[in-house]
Design a protein around this ligand. Structure first.
Ligand code: NAD
Length: 316
């Protein structure tokens, strides 16, 4: 049944790497209970279903559920490791727990490899670089993960974070293979397209677009308690959800179609922990977003368009 989705999947090369990753990637943070409790067995089934349907890109971090997401993903990937392109992160370990030092990065990767039951990563990202100063990332953290790369423990390296200017600044000054940006290209916001993507294209860096549902906000279930979006954004989304509900339309599906249609990123990473979510999101690959519907929904969301929040150190 999962195989019936195979014809819908396509793959793009991540920047100048040898990785060809699926346009829909599996964000594993929900496996760690980041969006509310999740069942380990069901999560594993979702991972297996996604792999059989052609999803080959999986992203996780030790931060997600305080290592739980990595542990569950590692368990689910037993016997399937060679079918996936695996990305994890280092540097962030809790809401207020950060350590971008070369020593911590080294132990962090060893611990991640154990939890993920593998001897190498395909991509290692420095998690939320805006919580350090750019100098430390460039002079200490990146050299440390390059050494890890030279030892064969990761094939490629990159950075992730929220403020586009910081990501762009680091990408211009240091060599990275990929940049992951989140909540910067979806129905609510598109500044990644003008601020980050042109630079990344110029430099040959692969871009990964995370959080197409704006971290759960563009869903009937709604955003988790910790969500940073301000009131005006929540109000506009509520109106868009009501508009769609009246017409028997799934706003989440429209949101995913909108992101899957965007050709300038390698992959859109959506967070999932159930087979049903994987199935629904795969079906969004089947058709482009209806332009008239998109126009109407975007008009409702217009009062909340391109609203950002602060993240990281004040100077960032
Ligand atoms: P998202 O926008 O993908 O939303 C995830 C939420 O939407 C979850 O609650 C999930 O259960 C729900 N959902 C998924 N499909 C649905 C559907 N069809 N209908 C209704 N609800 C649905 O947000 P995300 O999980 O934060 O982002 C995706 C992934 O990107 C993460 O799991 C993570 O791997 C990565 N990410 C990285 C960073 C970073 O590096 N700083 C930040 C954010 C996300």
């Amino acid at each position: 049944q999962a195989e019936s989705h195979l014809s819908l999947m396509h793959y793009r090369r991540l920047g100048q790497t040898e990785l060809r990753i699926s346009v829909m990637g599996f964000g594993a943070s929900p496996l760690g209970g980041v969006f509310g409790s999740s069942d380990a067995g069901e999560g594993a089934k979702a991972v297996h279903f996604a792999i059989d349907a052609g999803v080959n890109f999986f992203d996780v971090s030790p931060y997600y559920g305080h290592t739980l997401a990595e542990d569950r993903l590692g368990q689910a990937l037993k016997g399937r490791r060679d079918r996936v392109i695996l990305s994890t992160k280092c540097g962030r370990y809790g809401v207020d727990q950060f350590d971008y030092s070369s020593q911590r990065v080294r132990t962090s990767v060893e611990e991640s490899l154990k939890r993920l039951r593998t001897d190498h990563l395909d991509l290692l990202l420095i998690h939320d670089v805006e919580f350090s100063d750019t100098e430390q990332i460039i002079d200490e953290t990146l050299p440390a993960i390059r050494r890890i790369q030279e030892e064969g423990k990761t094939r490629y390296i990159g950075i992730s974070g929220y403020p586009l200017r910081v990501l762009k600044d680091i990408a211009k000054k240091a060599r990275v293979d990929a940049v992951l940006s989140y909540c910067r290209y979806n129905l609510l916001i598109d500044d990644m397209d003008t601020v980050l993507v042109p630079t990344a294209e110029e430099l040959g860096i692969g871009v990964i677009n995370a959080s197409p549902l704006h971290m759960g906000l563009l869903t009937e279930q709604g955003a988790p308690d910790w969500h940073p979006a301000p009131t005006e954004v929540r109000a506009a989304v509520k109106a868009a959800l009501a508009f769609c509900r009246e017409r028997d339309i799934d706003l989440s599906e429209l949101a995913l179609r909108f992101c899957f249609d965007y050709p300038r990123v390698t992959s859109t990473l959506v967070g999932m922990s159930t087979t049903e979510e994987v199935r629904r999101n795969l079906s969004a690959l089947g058709a482009a977003a209806d332009p008239e519907l998109l126009r109407e929904v975007k008009a409702i969301l217009a009062p909340a368009a391109n609203v950002v929040w602060s993240s990281g150190r004040p100077e960032n």
